[in-house]
Write a protein that binds this ligand. Structure first.
Ligand SMILES: [Zn+2]
Length: 388
């Protein structure tokens, strides 16, 4: 017995309902009986004749990457776009989207997290202004078809064998990264090519690249051409880490600069922000904070100098001129992928392309070392490429 949707063959997950076997492994996405093919979703198709509208033209490096990706996709190959944080992977992927739309093919852009779906939808709508770009995620599920579909990876179950191009963004992020079921559902939604976007390639993709089942394109140069910030490691006992953070933040305040402090646990955001409030305007934020939008808004408007955050803000947030500290950086929540994203918050703007990043820890973890060597390798690649 085999479920044709999630490819499950484990008999423990098959249940019998009045003589009909069905799969319980992917039941959260609706019932599929054993042997039943899931019918492709019925979606609109139009041949697009427009052009992409970008706020800034692609840099020569971005253009080269964009063309290389399209070239591989044309050959029917899937591509891994290995992109440094802030290098413009969304903009680079737009050329591929346009290429498929010009041929009347169907494109989907899928991401792990809901708030990023909404943000990407807006950016794609701006670039493809004459098209109907729709978001499909929790709270936005009434309309499920458009010229371009942007959805969470969870929603891909709605589209079996539907897309000619499936772009999977943040493949290194929770929950997609460690959920085989989501990966199977994603694979099943694509009948053409897959374009993966990530700042940290996973072992599975590296294997596929090695075995030539997938091509890799490196996009390491940020548009302002400044290297990524390599974090400094500072070894201190916890209590002195707090003192270090306080002194650092007060110094940055004198320079009118803001600091993002990443902490491992929700409760750290409470006690640290209450303590620091005695010295400097600050706040704490985590996934269940009720007023996330207003806290972020206050930070963006520089009403707060310091923001304590869990890994909630590791991705998708761009604050110009922000410095980044990680408290208890050896904690297991700070994986290599997470740390690369965290320090990728620094130096994203043309006005202030540099900054400081510090890993505060009692001892260096393998993730910290791996993060530093991956960032250095990305910088070295750009430097060598320019030299050639
Ligand atoms: Zn199944």
């Amino acid at each position: 017995m085999r479920c044709l949707r999630c490819k499950n063959e484990d008999t423990r997950f098959f249940y019998n309902d009045q003589g009909i076997w069905y799969c319980r492994k992917c039941i959260a996405f609706g019932r599929v009986n054993v042997g039943d093919c899931v019918q492709p979703a019925i979606l609109s198709k139009t041949k697009w004749r427009g052009d992409i509208k970008l706020q800034y033209p692609l840099t020569p490096h971005q253009k080269m990457c964009s063309e290389l990706v399209i070239q591989y996709l044309k050959q029917g190959k899937s591509v891994f776009l290995y992109a440094a944080t802030g290098a413009g992977k969304t903009e680079v992927s737009m050329g591929s989207i346009a290429y498929y739309l010009h041929q009347g093919k169907k494109v989907c852009f899928a991401i792990s997290r809901r708030q990023v779906v909404l943000e990407i939808r807006d950016r794609l709508q701006e670039a493809f202004e004459d098209l109907d770009v729709i978001a499909v995620t929790q709270g936005y599920t009434e309309i499920t078809d458009g010229d371009i579909i942007v959805c969470t990876t969870h929603q891909l179950y709605r589209y079996p064998q539907s897309f000619d191009l499936l772009i999977l963004d943040e493949v290194d992020a929770f929950p997609y990264a460690n959920d085989p079921l989501l990966k199977e559902i994603a694979k099943n939604s694509c009948k053409g090519e897959i374009l993966l976007l990530s700042a940290t390639p996973d072992l599975e993709s590296l294997k596929a690249i090695q075995e030539k089942r997938m091509e890799m394109v490196n996009l390491f140069e940020r548009p302002h051409k400044h290297p990524l910030i390599v974090p400094k490691i500072v070894h201190l006992p916890k209590i002195f880490q707090v003192v270090y953070i306080l002194i650092f933040c007060l110094e940055m305040k004198k320079k009118e600069k803001q600091v993002l402090v990443f902490v491992p646990k929700k409760q750290d955001t409470y006690w640290l922000s209450s303590l620091f409030q005695l010295f400097i305007p600050c706040a704490g934020i985590h996934s269940s904070s009720e007023d996330k939008d207003s806290i972020l808004d206050a930070f963006r408007k520089k009403k707060l100098y310091v923001l304590f955050s869990t890994t909630l803000l590791e991705r998708g947030i761009t604050i110009p001129s922000v410095q980044v500290l990680v408290y208890e950086a050896e904690h297991s929540v700070f994986t290599t992928a997470s740390l690369i994203q965290i320090f990728g918050r620094i130096g994203r703007s043309f006005q202030d392309p540099t900054g400081i990043g510090v890993c505060l820890c009692q001892s260096t973890s393998p993730s910290i070392n791996e993060c530093i060597s991956q960032i250095q390798a990305m910088n070295d690649t750009v430097y060598c490429a320019t030299k050639e």
